[in-house]
Design a protein around this ligand. Structure first.
Ligand SMILES: [Zn+2]
Length: 570
């Protein structure tokens, strides 16, 4: 009978039934078999109380309304499967400024904001070294898998740990955590400090997946094989629409003045002839700005699931997967382009492919997926203006000139501006001190001047950020993005729809809904079916996954677990 019970156990499909039966058989075996049954219970428990694999998907630059705008065109196996079978947080918001890629990825996986995790931009002016730094650049490490510098990276500027780190700590490092993205920062920050690996795509002349000596000395065999497989080259084909272009009714016309061009193109229209264009567009680099970049990422992720045997061990593994090409396409062609629509229809199929692969490799019901984005994007301001919606372009060079002139005029010929970046002004505090000015007064003076400049919405000083507890509006978002060690002396926002960018394509970074409202879907093991329009925040994701797995929250967590998405809590 003992054997019969075990056999029966593993044939039960649904987890809920498994749990009910577990309790029943535990009682039965405890009375029938005494001590021997305890081992059985413990063993069965370890197999059912945690998912085999967590897959954390970030879609770079995905607005929430892409789920609804393209809904009728999605298939059943991708976004719709996550939405209908999982839990859909329909009003999920970023709770800080600036809404850029690196802060976004860091916040999703640390459960906190730039104020705490320290990733205040993709690049920022470093006050200590007086130079511009890139969020994950780390020259003490070498590239693994290519001969250029694209692999000299690590998460060393991320000041706290991630939910992926907590998983590794919790399981004595038996869990495997792997980060994958075309962008280095999209792979490195989610995977955390203790990751087994992070892989990213080296474009230009390489066209290969690489890593850093921070993780390993040489690429695993499955990565070498993948790089030699001709996968990347197979996508170097004309990018045409997936379906008849006449069916793309959820976008503007294909030929318009709001879209950017690949070098060598005269019109921003399909088909984009990649074999012809690659030469003048940095060869493999062009794939990043097409829907194919996501397909390459998908193929590589599936190879990773198999190659790393993810979800096959005794502990929960964690795969972080970021689709970067949605961002490149959005920046180039804009929110309302046919290119964006086509990219999402193809991404839908890519996600379906990953879910099918997880069903086959890990087993349906044995894994948990969440899908979100690192920020949204604004419609092309020129397009908004043409439709009477307030929008426009901010003149950054005129602004810098204005600030420099103000400084010289107001401060006895002294140039007190050190840097202007990420909508922050960095003052020369040493010079201010030397010249005997009061720092607070200087900050206030510049703040007043900035407020008078066209298209500026709000201005705050660092002193205000440190001394006031803002609870709403842009000030509160800025405060969550304000890091005492790294941020500048004056922070400002632009008016709604105003960007500092080229006249074609979309961008992001603000605290307005178009940049802050992004999807949040949970699906699979331990997740309830349902949806909510209650506001959730990006910093809730990591604590929710921590609660699901019974982990300690990441060190700097400021969000709280979303209890209503969890079917059970460890
Ligand atoms: Zn991004």
């Amino acid at each position: 009978m003992f054997k019969v019970i075990i056999t029966y156990f593993y044939k039960i499909n649904t987890i809920k039934m498994k749990n009910a039966l577990l309790t029943f058989f535990t009682l039965l075996t405890l009375t029938t078999f005494g001590q021997a049954s305890v081992d059985l219970t413990a063993d069965s428990n370890s197999k059912t109380t945690n998912p085999k694999l967590i897959v954390g998907i970030v879609v770079d630059q995905m607005r929430y309304d892409y789920l609804t705008r393209f809904y009728s065109r999605f298939g059943e196996g991708g976004f719709k499967r996550l939405m209908s079978e999982g839990f859909n947080c329909q009003n999920n918001q970023f709770n800080y400024i600036p809404t850029y890629t690196a802060p976004g990825h860091a916040s999703i996986f640390t459960g906190t904001t730039p104020a705490t995790h320290g990733i205040i931009g993709n690049n920022w002016y470093d006050k200590e070294s007086n130079e511009d730094v890139y969020c994950v650049n780390d020259s003490i490490y070498k590239t693994v898998g290519a001969s250029d510098k694209s692999g000299q990276m690590s998460p060393h500027r991320l000041s706290v740990n991630t939910v992926t780190d907590q998983l590794r700590l919790h399981t004595q490092f038996r869990s495997k955590t792997i980060g994958i993205a075309i962008k280095d920062r999209g792979a490195i920050l989610p995977a955390g400090h203790t990751a087994n690996a992070a892989f990213w795509f080296d474009g230009d002349e390489e066209g290969k997946w690489i890593t850093s000596t921070f993780y390993m000395e040489k690429l695993p065999d499955w990565v070498v094989k993948f790089n030699q497989s001709g996968n990347t080259e197979s996508y170097m084909k004309p990018w045409n629409t997936l379906y008849d272009i006449k069916t793309y009714t959820e976008s503007g016309s294909d030929d318009n003045t709001y879209e950017g061009l690949f070098k060598g193109e005269t019109k921003p229209v399909f088909p984009h002839d990649l074999p012809k264009l690659r030469k003048n567009n940095r060869n493999f680099e062009i794939l990043k700005s097409t829907a194919f970049g996501n397909s390459i990422t998908t193929d590589f992720a599936i190879a990773a699931i198999k190659g790393e045997q993810l979800g096959k061990g005794n502990e929960t593994d964690f795969l972080t997967l970021s689709f970067s090409s949605t961002d490149y396409v959005g920046h180039m062609f804009g929110v309302n382009s046919v290119e964006v629509e086509d990219t999402y229809l193809r991404l839908d199929l890519d996600i379906a492919k990953i879910l099918s692969s997880l069903d086959a490799e890990v087993g349906k019901g044995n894994y948990t997926v969440f899908l979100t984005a690192d920020h949204g994007a604004v419609d092309v301001p020129a397009y908004l203006k043409d439709h009477k919606i307030p929008a426009g372009y901010f003149d950054s060079s005129a602004f810098k000139k204005y600030l420099n002139e103000f400084s010289v005029q107001k401060f006895d010929g002294n140039q007190l501006i050190k840097d202007v970046s990420n909508k922050q002004v960095f003052l020369d505090e040493k010079l201010i001190d030397e010249k005997g000015y009061d720092l607070d007064d200087a900050e206030e003076g510049f703040a007043q001047a900035i407020l008078n400049f066209p298209k500026i919405a709000e201005v705050y000083t660092a002193t205000a950020m440190r001394n006031t507890d803002f609870s709403k509006g842009a000030a509160s978002l800025l405060q969550n993005g304000y890091n005492q060690k790294r941020s500048g002396n004056i922070l400002y926002t632009l008016k709604s729809g105003v960007i500092s960018y080229t006249k074609t394509g979309s961008t992001h970074g603000s605290g307005y809904d178009y940049d802050t409202h992004v999807p949040l879907l949970f699906y699979g093991w331990g997740i309830r079916q349902g949806s909510t329009v209650q506001k959730t925040e990006i910093t809730n994701i990591a604590p929710t996954i921590a609660a699901l797995l019974g982990l300690e929250m990441p060190d700097g967590t400021t969000g709280v677990p979303l209890e209503f998405v969890l079917d059970r809590i460890n």
